[in-house]
Design a protein around this ligand. Structure first.
Ligand SMILES: *C/C=C(C)/C=C/C=C(C)/C=C/C1=C(C)CCCC1(C)C
Length: 241
């Protein structure tokens, strides 16, 4: 009983704590999306099931991290940087896997997947260094991270992935293109958050009421749930083909 009541203990949330609010809503949204992807998985043809499963895993891993991040913010009123990056280092490589899975029909090779995963890990580890470890060199680590990000964008927009998507055509090509836009525009939200969170850089963003965590939380909701829905849409479209 003691543990149970401890588990249910809820930290107070101020009515004007809009950062806490976005953590809370983010957590619920990730949970709902996970239920949606897991429960709809078996409606689809076998070749799409793994992709939908991975969509659900991405939002589920995020839901668990949001559970902790929400609590961390409520108790300490500071950014849960560690949980944030653990979440990303698990979910972003899974998004790379998603690219591979949908392009498999066109003969995508594992090496393409590993290359994207490797680049995403470089992007995130260097970002973590700039945000949490070497604060004074935030520009340097942000730059390295940004370069890795651009190589990912290049790979999927113009590299081998693009060729494979064109060979596959139909629902796969359409989904690939939409995912490419997510990476180019949706993922660009994160460097904005990084800049807003680095003291002395773009603190004016804070004057508009946008704090780093709010920006990251919006990015996560858009990208993780959006990515999953694109894959879901592709599965739907290809079963109607
Ligand atoms: C679900 C989580 C996702 C899609 C996270 C994506 C994160 C990024 C694309 C982060 C990128 C960064 C840069 C390009 C430079 C500054 C440091 C980062 C890590 C914020």
């Amino acid at each position: 009983m003691y543990y149970f009541s401890k588990f249910l203990a809820v930290a107070k949330m101020a009515t004007d704590d809009y950062v806490g609010f976005t953590f809370f809503v983010g957590c619920m949204a990730m949970m709902a999306a996970s239920a949606f992807f897991f429960l709809s998985m078996n409606n689809f043809d076998k070749k799409w099931r793994t992709s939908i499963l991975v969509s659900g895993l991405i939002t589920f891993i995020a839901a668990v991290h949001y559970w902790y991040m929400r609590d961390y913010w409520a108790s300490n009123a500071e950014s849960p940087t560690f949980f944030r990056y653990v979440d990303w280092v698990l979910t972003v490589p899974l998004m790379c896997v998603e690219f591979y899975l949908i392009l498999k029909v066109a003969g995508a090779k594992r090496s393409m997947m590993w290359r994207l995963i490797f680049l995403s890990v470089i992007m995130l580890v260097t970002g973590y260094f700039g945000e949490a470890v070497y604060r004074d060199q935030a520009w340097f680590w942000g730059l390295i991270s940004g370069i890795a990000y651009f190589v990912i964008v290049y790979d999927i927009w113009l590299g081998e992935a693009k060729k494979l998507a064109e060979e596959a055509g139909g629902a796969v090509l359409k989904a690939h293109k939409t995912l490419c836009w997510f990476v180019l525009v949706g993922w660009a939200i994160y460097p904005l958050g990084y800049m807003a969170g680095t003291p002395g850089w773009y603190s004016f963003i804070g004057d508009w009421g946008l704090n780093m965590d709010v920006i990251y939380n919006i990015g996560d909701a858009v990208n993780k749930i959006g990515f999953g829905l694109v894959v879901y849409g592709a599965a739907l479209a290809s079963s109607n083909d």
